[in-house]
Structures are given as C-alpha cells and as structure tokens.
Design a protein around this ligand. Structure first.
Ligand SMILES: C[S@@+](CC[C@H](N)C(=O)[O-])C[C@H]1O[C@@H](n2cnc3c(N)ncnc32)[C@H](O)[C@@H]1O
Length: 315
C-alpha cells in the first residue's frame, strides 16, 4: 500500500523508544499513524499505545486503518497535547515508558484543499488543526493591523520581509480580503519575490504560512506545556523523543531538555542554587539526529527534521 504520510526517521524513533511487549507508550501526534503502527508492531503481543491528535480527521483515519488490527492495544483521543497531563491519566496512561512528539503537520493536512495549510493545495485559509478552537488564519489577515502582522510574521516565521508583506496584506484588503491560500501565496510572490541567486529554492510564502499556522494553533505554547507534561508522565528509564521541523520548535525543545538535564532553574546571576530542582533527564541524542540523504531523497518532507531524545532519571 502506498502511504499518504511517510513517518520521518522511523527506524531511529523505534531505536530510541525500543518499545517492548507490555510497555505503555504515548504518540502525542498520531497524524497518519505511521509511527504508531511501528511502535505497536514492535511491542506485540501486548504493548499499548495512547495516540493523540488535535485534528479529528487524523483520529478517524487512524481508527479506521489501525483499530481493527490492534484492538484495545490502541487507545485514541482527539486532544491537544497541551492537555496531556489530564488526558493521559484519564486514559490509563499515567505512567509510561515512552512519549513521542512528531511536530507540525502531516502530508494529509498539507494536501487538504479545504484547509489552506499549503500554497500548492490551496483552499480557504483556515490552518487550524482543530476548527473548534481559535480563529482561522484568514481572520488574522483581515483584522490585525500592519504592525501586528509584521510582528507575527517576524516572530513565528522569522520572515525578513515581514513589514513589506504585512503592508501589502493591509493594502490588498481595502479592495478584497485575503481569504485563500492561493491569494496569500500570490501576494507574497508579488511583493517579496524569490532571490534568483538563492541556492535552495523554497516558495517565498513558506515563512508566512508557517507563521500563521503557528499563531492560529498556538503551537509554541502547546509544545512547552506538552513537553513538561510528558516528563512528568515518564517512568525512570522512560524516553522522550521529539521530531521538530524548524528552528523555533527545535529551540524550545533544546532549551527544555537542557534545563531538565541541568536541574537548577535559578537565574544565572545567583551565586548558589536556591531552587532545589534536581535533574530529571539524561540526553540520549547528542546533539541531535537528522535524516540520511537517502531518506530525504525518498521523503523530501523529512529534509528539515531534527530528532532529540532524552531518558527520565530515577527521582
Ligand atoms: C507530522 S504529523 C505526525 C505524523 C505521524 N507521526 C505519522 O507518522 O503519521 C503531526 C500531527 O500532529 C498534530 N498536531 C500538531 N500539533 C498538535 C497539538 N498541539 N496537539 C495534538 N496534535 C497536534 C497534527 O494535527 C498532525 O496530525
């Protein structure tokens, strides 16, 4: 069967989690179920996995595809991983051997012509993983002023031409609001065309799309909350594995792991530790793992992936 979403760094993730029979694992971003499927296969006959996704379509798809094969070894919940601290214990996963975060969006979402995640697929600019929360991206483009849009494109997209693009959005909406992915991609292409000398050609709207998606899903806040909850849920020896796809995500992961490894969270100007925090994690990947050129050739979506993993220490 040809898969719609190829799991990234699948072998490496399995090696890090080494899921055994009888273990309890969490896949906080079940997506197309690629990692989930491999973890359940590797932990047969009775390893169990809790799979979360904020997107109900992902949960439905994985339930249909994997439910009949794995039965009650697979527990699925439509939930944001920022709620992991309450969702996991309620589902019977209060103390686990592994937890995986494979951040960002799946190829199914990118190809969905109704949600505006990708400039190639097009469609109305919604971009929410869960449409019952927050506001669509088109509403931000229709209501934020030029300074607010500039700040958003800079903060979440690290877009160097943020101000020029923001002003063009505000100018364009005087006559017609920017409501589709095609509208936005064309506008960015017009006001911030690609540099012909640039070696790696990405679409000029890539950073703006990323910024809007991060904003409407509050992705960076969710990540910080999800990571903190995951460490609380891990048993000693349990592993946390995170795949990130851009520097903003990876920075949060890297800093989080460094703080948990160090233990002390006192401000650097204090001469002695007063916080009393103990290290809770040991880094397993140092510094990080990226896909091989063969994997990138097979699956171009993996090219920006970076995996970091850590192990929970005994209390
Ligand atoms: C890269 S895909 C995961 C792919 C999956 N590992 C696989 O192999 O098929 C990321 C998924 O995470 C989900 N997601 C992103 N942020 C989330 C959050 N805060 N809470 C729950 N799910 C989230 C997205 O809806 C998407 O389905």
């Amino acid at each position: 069967m040809k898969e719609g979403h190829l799991p990234v760094l699948a072998e490496e993730v399995l090696e890090m989690l080494s899921p055994r029979s009888g273990s309890l694992q969490i896949d906080a971003t079940v997506g197309g179920g690629g990692h989930t499927e491999r973890i359940l296969e590797a932990s047969k006959p009775d390893g169990r996995l809790l799979g979360l996704d904020a997107d109900p379509a992902a949960i439905d798809r994985v339930r249909r595809r994997l439910g009949p094969r794995f039965g009650d070894r697979l527990v699925l919940r439509r939930a944001n991983f920022r709620e992991l601290a309450s969702v996991a214990p309620e589902a019977g996963f209060g103390s686990v051997d592994g937890c995986l975060f494979d951040l960002g969006l799946s190829s199914y979402q990118l190809a969905d012509t109704d949600r505006g995640f990708g400039f190639r697929a097009g469609g109305p600019l919604d971009m929410r993983f869960d449409v019952s929360r927050g506001v669509p991206a088109s509403e931000l483009l229709a209501t934020l002023d030029a300074d607010e849009l500039t700040a958003l494109f800079r903060r979440y997209g690290e877009e160097p031409k943020a101000s020029r693009i923001a002003r063009a959005v505000v100018e364009a909406r005087r006559t017609a609001p920017v409501v589709t992915a095609e509208d936005l991609a064309a506008l960015v292409e017009r006001v911030a065309p690609p540099n012909p000398r640039q070696r790696r050609r990405t679409h000029p709207a890539t950073r703006v799309f990323q910024a809007l998606r991060i904003a409407v899903n509050e992705e960076l806040d969710a990540l910080a909350a999800g990571l903190a909850a995951a460490v609380d849920l891990l048993r000693p020896g349990g592993r946390l594995v995170v795949l990130s796809y851009h520097s903003l995500e990876d920075r949060i992961v890297k800093r989080f792991l460094a703080a948990e490894r160090r233990g002390c969270i006192c401000p650097p100007e204090l001469p002695v530790c007063v916080c009393g925090h103990n290290p809770r994690l040991r880094l397993v990947t140092r510094p990080s793992v990226t896909p091989t050129p063969e994997e990138v050739a097979r699956n171009p979506r993996s090219r920006s992936a970076r995996m970091r993993a850590a192990e929970r220490l005994a209390a």
